[in-house]
Design a protein around this ligand. Structure first.
Ligand code: 3PG
Length: 311
């Protein structure tokens, strides 16, 4: 009867993989929609601090309403949970606003090419802050990632330092966020979905005063009038779409993170960027030079090599 556990385990494992596959596909699709609307909004209304705040506000509102109406069960949390969440929320806030500031300054594709270097940051943070050691092939696999991103950056037609640094800061912040999120979710009763909801609420509280200080209601009101005059009343729907889709893709990504390692998450995230880069180049008709595309391809290939080396 020794074979029975294997027979039972195999369909469960297949089902788990299928579930993760569905999460990944949904995460990537929702992310493409977010990126398109986010950039459409930023083109007409260049206030990344406000748009970042609105995405967190939309997520917080959706989740608070879902808990109140019992569509989703509210998590049982205590003070220790929120204390442990605070560094994660700071990292999420920084990573989110930095990426949005970046996308306000450069093409979406460029931000995501630089963000495809995230696995390199994962190794460096684990090595220097957590003291983890990796076999030599892992370090070597960083060369194409870093080299590819560097090649794409120096050949970018519309290079902008703020756009570049925003994407780099976002990489660092999100690696810290993912590693600590996984630690925070481990062995806890809070699901991936609710963990991300709490993260959204706390990040909103952190970001709001900074957004007001950096941009502020007067500037927003004037910019809003201008955007509505240019785009028409539909502009409101663009803002709603970028805010709601931001929450949805992140929620699904956290539902995956609940089931996978931070490494698999980072790799899935880099693969996601292929669809975002291609979709945004087509939709925004971004000019790309072959050498620029080559840099992006090398960086993404580097992630494949990295994932093999790390396993
Ligand atoms: C953000 O605004 O948080 C970024 O656009 C998201 O970056 P991600 O693709 O790493 O989630």
């Amino acid at each position: 009867d020794g074979a029975r556990p294997v027979e039972v385990a195999a369909p469960a494992e297949t089902a788990r993989r299928a579930k993760i596959g569905v999460y990944f596909a949904t995460w990537w699709a929702l992310n493409v929609i977010f990126n398109i609307y986010n950039k459409k909004v930023l083109n007409a209304f260049p206030y990344p601090w406000l748009t970042s705040t609105l995405s967190l506000a939309a997520g917080s509102a959706i989740m608070l309403a879902s808990w109140a109406t019992r569509i989703a069960e509210a998590p049982q949390t205590d003070l220790d949970f929120w204390k442990a969440l605070s560094p994660v929320a700071i990292a999420h806030t920084i990573g989110h606003v930095a990426a949005t500031v970046s996308m306000a300054k450069v093409a979406v594709s460029f931000t995501h090419i630089i963000k495809s270097g995230e696995p390199a940051f994962s190794v460096l943070v684990s090595r220097f802050f957590l003291g983890e050691h990796f076999p030599a092939p892992v370090y070597f696999s960083l060369l194409p990632i870093i080299g590819g991103c560097a090649l794409a950056a120096v050949t970018e037609l519309n290079f902008n330092m703020v756009g570049f640094m925003g994407a780099m800061i976002s990489n660092l912040a999100f690696v810290v966020r993912t590693i600590f999120s996984k630690k925070g979710m481990k062995g806890k009763s809070v699901s991936g979905m609710n963990y991300y909801a709490c993260l959204s609420i706390m990040s909103l509280v952190i970001l709001l005063p900074f957004a007001i200080a950096m941009e502020g209601p007067k500037v927003w009101a004037a910019g809003w009038q201008k955007a509505v005059a240019e785009i028409g009343p539909n502009f409101v729907w663009w803002v709603a779409a970028q805010s709601v889709f931001y929450h949805l893709y992140n929620q699904v990504s956290y539902m995956s993170l609940d089931e996978i390692s931070p490494l698999t998450f980072s790799i899935g995230n880099t693969m996601k960027r292929i669809s975002v880069i291609v979709a945004s180049i087509i939709i925004f008709q971004t000019p790309v030079q072959p050498i620029n595309a080559l840099g992006a391809a090398i960086a993404i290939l580097g992630t494949f090599i990295y994932s093999q080396a790390k396993q």
